[in-house]
Design a binder for this molecule. Sequence first.
Ligand SMILES: [Zn+2]
Length: 85
Amino acid sequence: MSVEKKYLKKYALKLSLDSMKIHKCSFCGRQIPPGFGIMYVKNDGTVLRFCSRRCYISAIEFHRDPRRQAWVRKGVKKKKPIHTN
Ligand SMILES: [Zn+2]
């Protein structure tokens, strides 16, 4: 019993820590606060996290490329262009 309890305690702690993590959206790259968003698990075990239904639909149903979406590019900060003089 004690071993089981110990294991449960450890597992619960791990779960709670995992749920408090701030994940990034797999589509647009925005940070997802704990308690928000959609978690999608594929048949092969890969986990995709989405900040909104908009990102989820675009990625899963329409197979869109995030680099081609204007509203995704807007949120991501642009890298400074390298001057070659
Ligand atoms: Zn997103």
